[in-house]
Design a protein around this ligand. Sequence first.
Ligand SMILES: Nc1ncnc2c1ncn2[C@@H]1O[C@H](COP(=O)(O)OP(=O)(O)O)[C@@H](O)[C@H]1O
Ligand SMILES: [Mg+2]
Length: 255
Amino acid sequence: MSEVIFKVENLSKHFIIRKSLFSRKKIIHALKHVNFDLIKGEALGLIGESGSGKTTLANIMLGLLKPSDGKVYLFGTDITHYNESKMRPLRSKLQIVFQYSHSVLDPKMTIEALLSEPLKIHKIVTAQAIDSEVSRLLALVGLTDSEKKKYPHQLSGGQNQRILIARAIATRPEVIICDEPVSALDVSVQGQIINLLLELKKTMNLTYIFISHDLNVVKHICDRLAIMHKGEIVEIGDTNKIMKCNLLKAQDLIS
Ligand SMILES: Nc1ncnc2c1ncn2[C@@H]1O[C@H](COP(=O)(O)OP(=O)(O)O)[C@@H](O)[C@H]1O
Ligand SMILES: [Mg+2]
């Protein structure tokens, strides 16, 4: 029997916005009745055009946003209404990798401090072992000890993306949600990061949700694809099958 890591059941989310005090309220249906299971060891791609609800779905699964309706089960437990203190013990098992931008890594912290932080917060190793663990993490993401004393602005975009990945794997997670992790990078660097994520998936026995608006990126890394359109999953299945049968339709929906 395959183990279900996440179960997402009939998830809906709407936002009520009002542009100014005098304008009428507008309801945005960001997610509409979304259902799927994430199976241990798989990489599930969530693809769809900008605004189709991918990040909203990720934020709800991470417990950072509450749904308007529906349920989220993690490791078989209903976490839909968990508050931050109930989520905290799960945080080390569930990580997110965002697209690198200047706002996601504190520019005043060295690489060493940035990688020590999750180790300390989640008490992954003893204080004496932090330095060698930071070295191990750097090596795992293809960087070296010479990066330790540097600041994010001294690294390339691809190297900083590797630091974000190192921070995520520092807590030895079971699941990583990657939200557009290569969208800001040159195509050649994209390939290197995808290969790194594939390697880590194998060595660390990880399960991925991989969010992208680019079918070319997800087809290399995902076992299954879910195509999102206007807040709904309109298609879900094996990557090869979706690529073959629905290529035109899929590209139509996301471009
Ligand atoms: N906090 C928010 N307040 C109002 N509308 C939001 C908020 N977050 C997302 N939305 C809207 O919900 C829809 C889905 O957004 P999002 O999940 O960010 O899509 P994606 O990640 O696929 O680009 C969009 O129409 C977006 O404008
Ligand atoms: Mg997004």
